[in-house]
Design a protein around this ligand. Structure first.
Ligand SMILES: C[S@@+](CC[C@H](N)C(=O)[O-])C[C@H]1O[C@@H](n2cnc3c(N)ncnc32)[C@H](O)[C@@H]1O
Length: 303
């Protein structure tokens, strides 16, 4: 069979197994098997495939049809035009989060020389790494409660030649100590616990700790709002990604905590997805989350 014939058959199989964009998925998987760029397939439609290539593709297509995410099969995910390692250790980066980063880069506070940025819940490291690459003058740190995610974040930092440049540490939200940050950016888990079962089968391949936002979805976001008040520099920026229909509950919490210049931005689906706020007056600072003892016991300690 030729590349074109195999692609049609694979796309048909994926369509029958309820995979969105079946042809595109088939193209990505075949390009992966052949070690070429996806668009390169178009130049070789008539090339016959070797048995071994067809066998490798068949196995990937079967896994994709069973709901394994494309990014896990490829081992990589794209984020703001760069390629990152992606596997079950951390959440697959989402397109909305690319927009969070784009909005963040438009805020003048991200552009100041020496600005200190903390990416809370860094996961695969895509936010921190993208920011470190785009803002070479910034000092970027990341935290995560998951050792597995941190190990992937470190591999990704090394993939982008940033070893030692981004300090990523195990922490419950904020690193121990009382360092303050000019900007805190976070895409924390925000799905209500009882909604997780109903999610798309692909999403269930993401770690639970990356999804579960507690009974109302806002357990971590609320704690972050509380603790960031004491960990932001004067006029510091808090930039958050939240779930749809959560803005109405998040904005009052920010206001009650004394944050200023609170704003909400919509994503490309017209969903109120991103919340921006400036640090409260220093007199409002309270708990600073430097105590990691409240770690919830999802995972064993990092090596
Ligand atoms: C939705 S994922 C986002 C990952 C990555 N920032 C991204 O946007 O692709 C949330 C991340 O927060 C981490 N997390 C959950 N609870 C945490 C906590 N208490 N402190 C720090 N990180 C936490 C999870 O392990 C996960 O990596």
């Amino acid at each position: 069979m030729t590349i074109l014939e195999v692609l049609s058959a694979a796309a048909g199989y994926l369509k029958d197994h309820a995979v969105d964009s079946p042809r595109l998925n088939a193209e990505h998987l075949l390009a992966h098997v052949l070690g070429m760029k996806r668009l390169g397939l178009y130049l070789e439609f008539d090339r016959p495939l070797a048995d071994i290539e067809r066998r490798r593709l068949r196995s990937l297509v079967r896994d994709r049809g069973a709901g394994k995410p494309l990014q896990h099969l490829l081992g990589t995910a794209e984020f703001v035009g760069r390629s990152f390692l992606s596997d079950k250790r951390a959440l697959i980066p989402r397109p909305e989060t690319e927009q969070l980063v784009e909005l963040f880069l438009r805020d003048p506070r991200s552009q100041r020389a020496g600005t200190k940025v903390l990416d809370v819940g860094t996961g695969s490291g895509v936010i921190a790494i993208t920011l470190a690459l785009q803002l070479p003058q910034a000092v970027v740190r990341g935290t995560d409660i998951s050792c597995e995610a941190l190990s992937l974040a470190r591999e990704n930092a090394s993939r982008h030649s940033l070893n030692g440049k981004i300090i990523s540490a195990e922490a419950d939200l904020f690193p121990p100590g009382d360092d303050v940050f000019d900007c805190v950016i976070a895409n924390l888990p925000y799905i209500a616990s009882d909604e997780i079962r109903a999610l798309q089968r692909e999403v269930r391949h993401d770690p639970l700790v990356a999804l579960d936002g507690g009974p109302d979805g806002l357990r971590l976001v609320s704690r972050l709002i509380e603790c960031a008040a004491a960990r932001l520099a004067p006029d510091g920026l808090l930039a958050l990604e939240i779930g749809h229909q959560q803005a109405g509950r998040v904005l009052p919490r920010l206001a009650a905590r004394g944050y200023r210049e609170i704003a909400v931005h919509k994503d490309y689906q017209n969903v109120e997805r991103f919340v921006w706020a400036s640090a409260p007056e220093p007199s409002e600072a309270g708990e600073n989350c430097s105590d990691t003892a409240s770690k919830k016991g999802y995972l064993s300690p990092c090596d």
